[in-house]
Design a binder for this molecule. Structure first.
Ligand code: 5GP
Ligand code: ZN
Length: 114
C-alpha cells in the first residue's frame, strides 16, 4: 500500500466507493467519470503503479476476474459488448498511478474505442 495513493485507499476500503465486487485481492468499483453507464475499474489491493510493477501472481487473476465482471455487466446493463482497457504511463492516457483495468460496457459500435 502506498500512503498517498487514492486507489490504494479505495481498494483497501479507507475511502468509500461504489463497490460492485470485492475479494481478497481486488475491489471492483464504478468509475467516477464513466465512459458509459456501468463503467467499472478493477483495482488490485496490492499497489503497483502500472503493469510492469505488478506481481505475476496477481496478474494471473486479472483476466478471470475481467471475464466474471464482463459477464455480470452484460447481464445487468444489457450491453451488446464491452471493452477491457489498461493504460500504462501518461503518454498512454494513464491518469492514476495505481494499476487498474477498465471494463466498459458498449451499446453501439459508434461509441467503442480503438
Ligand atoms: P486511467 O486514465 O488512469 O486509465 O483511468 C483512471 C480512471 O479512474 C478514470 O476513468 C477516472 O474517471 C477514474 N477515477 C479517478 N479518480 C477516481 C475516484 O476517486 N473514484 C473513482 N470511482 N474513479 C476514479
Ligand atoms: Zn496504490
Amino acid at each position: 500500500m502506498s500512503a498517498d495513493c487514492i486507489f490504494c485507499k479505495i481498494a483497501n476500503g479507507e475511502i468509500p466507493s461504489g463497490t460492485v465486487y470485492e475479494d481478497e485481492d481486488f475491489r471492483v468499483i464504478l468509475d467516477i467519470s464513466p465512459a458509459a453507464k456501468g463503467h467499472c475499474l478493477i483495482l488490485p489491493k496490492q499497489h503497483g503503479k502500472n503493469l510492469l510493477e505488478m506481481d505475476d501472481a496477481v496478474l494471473a487473476k486479472v483476466f478471470p476476474l475481467a471475464k466474471k465482471i464482463g459477464q455480470a455487466m452484460v447481464k445487468a446493463t444489457g450491453a451488446k459488448g464491452f471493452n477491457v482497457v489498461q493504460n500504462n504511463g501518461e503518454a498512454a492516457g494513464q491518469t492514476v498511478e495505481h494499476f487498474h483495468v477498465h471494463i466498459i460496457p458498449r451499446f453501439d459500435a459508434k461509441d467503442s474505442m480503438v
